[in-house]
Design a protein. Sequence first.
Length: 169
Amino acid sequence: MTYALTQKIQELKREFITILAEKYPTVKIDNIPFVTNSRLKRAAGRVEWNKATLAIRKVDFSICLFSRYPENLRSTFVHELAHIVQIKTMGYTDHGSYFKAIMASLGETPRTHHQMEVKRKIYAYKCGCGQDHKIKIVRHNKIQRRQAAYRCQTNGQRIDHTTPYVRVS
Ligand SMILES: [Zn+2]
Ligand SMILES: [Zn+2]
């Protein structure tokens, strides 16, 4: 999967080297590493750059998100590329109107935030009603810190820090 994702990213890079040469000839991405990153969980992509020298260190793409939403890779790729074009032509970057114009000029709908669902940790608490009650990380943490407890809707049993649980995602 990661290999396929890496391949896709390199294909996009080759494609956009040609497009940039035509539309933004001063912006070169040949020597910038475009890589996958397993630690990006919420962000789809990220450009690492030096604000003093405007050098682009690398561009990361989330393995978590693109293993589940490979169809969204192109949009994120162009989003990160628009950041690079803005940095190289303006010396800064944001999600403003120039940024959006660059994204559009590169053939993508200007998007400032991705729509992909970010995976959250879920815990299943064993209950006497026979069901496992799925509880998301925020509530789970409250339960474990003894700041919250819940009652089963079926049998009224208390679900608290003493209730056995397993992490399910
Ligand atoms: Zn952005
Ligand atoms: Zn229950």
